[in-house]
Design a protein around this ligand. Sequence first.
Ligand SMILES: [Zn+2]
Length: 287
Amino acid sequence: MAVPLTSFTAAAKLTHWLDALAGGGHGERFPVEVADVALWVGQEMRWADPIYEVKSANIRNFEGGLFYVEDRKGWVMLYNEAIRSAGRRRFTQAHELGHYLIHRARQITFECTQSDMLHWGPELKLLESEADDFAANLLMPLNHFRLDTEGQAINFEVLGACSGKYGVSLTAAALRWIKSTTQSAVLVLSRDGFMDWSFSSGRAFKRGAFFRTKHETREIPASSHLAVSPSSLDKRGMDIAANIWFPHAHPEARLREMNVLCENYGYTLTLLSMSAGDEVWAPLTED
Ligand SMILES: [Zn+2]
């Protein structure tokens, strides 16, 4: 019996195929045309139940869905016809394709809401986060994404260029970066001065730079650039004292705070880029 695919191995297999196709001169490599991939991947895998149709539909309350149709011995992939953003539509389709490749033996119906994937944030249900990981791996393969981001000072202009190249939202590109970088950085999504969620790179997390947002209301620090001048957001960032965001940072430690307003969704993305060695843990004596 074949080894079940995971979000990583499924995307790696497709990435390998798509790299080879583009290398052979068969069209542009990016952005990935997910609907096309969905329609040929079943045959390519020699599975008896391919996806036979991908279409928009009036599926209120759902962002996308995947349904097995007994009569056709195959699957239909739907995405909400109200989605106007091409990046969001692409991510939705890739998410549903992830369910098809990884989870279709478990269920015959998948109905996914906006909160399952819009922010592609932490704290999702396992199946949903696996489908999101697959989508990110497929749309922004690390062998390509790293070439675009490594070895340069990261900012929202660089991430915006990635968002354009890979055809995904800025949030998806920023999360892809923060989850794969070896730099010390924290990504925060906030609305009206409060954090919705935050994600730290592995290095930042080990240095104590993270915010708990799951069960706590976290306000944006009053002295942060975002709080002081929310209307003059700067994609390249401002150099500020690290203890504005992390009170226990060394008084001389600095970080770069970058902000961008995502107007369509009414939230702000903040990227805090720190020096690799800076630790911001609270002293052990403190409660
Ligand atoms: Zn889903």
